[in-house]
Design a protein around this ligand. Sequence first.
Ligand code: SAH
Length: 257
Amino acid sequence: MENNNKSIHEFDLNLICEYFLGLKRQGPGSPEVTVKALSFIEGLSKNSSILDIGCGTGGQTIIVAQNAPGKIIGVDLFPAFVEKFNENAKVLGLQERVEGVVGSMDDLPFNDEEFDVIWCEGAIYNIGFQRGLMEWRRFLKKGGYIAATEASWFTEERPEEIEKFWKDAYPGIDTIANKVNQMQKAGYVPVAVFTLPENCWIDNFYVPQTALQEDFLKKHSGNQAAERFVAYQRYEAELYYKYKKYYGYAFYIGRKI
Ligand code: SAH
């Protein structure tokens, strides 16, 4: 199964973008989980500023906007995602408070202490958890919050097949205890951590991809890169069903000291 071992980072970005544009969410998550994470954040008002990094098409940003006051900026590397993000905000009449901009998480165009909250669902792995926490800290006001989901091991020991997959896909995956420690070391008080339930991966992420994959393959019939990409997504899903008790996402909420 040599095709399945290709890391997502090696695929054509345009293809990846097109594929994920067809989904409501580009990563595991749910409205309930976003609201739960928000419940740990205190003191927001209509003057608050929230930054959602790696916002994608804005599935979680909209939930934040509907459940918290203040302005929200979403930032994502891919212009097509940001375009859809702004369309989605407009459809819901949120365009006065919610704005998507194109930018990279390793070179953010913001000022020190500009934000009350930094949000990041399913995206911090692109820079690495600890690095993201450390580099983004300066954008937060003192006492401001960071809330990020991150791939985490749920157990001390894991079967070799799943260890190997993650070593290749994202070697930064670690146990929850170690991630909390990283958060503390990066200059935050760990406020809360909780694991995301399986429906965030299955019902909201992998199931919606199944129908889309058929259409995508038809559209790109004969395109080997597209076929390999779908094979990789299917392999990733298969591994999740098989090994979900060993890993998943956890939501980490911290407060800048
Ligand atoms: N938060 C969304 C999307 C998660 S997928 C959700 O939970 O549904 C990861 C997102 O990170 C993608 O939208 C991808 O385009 C974005 N991304 C990848 N590298 C990035 C970078 N360097 N800077 C900003 N965004 C990036």
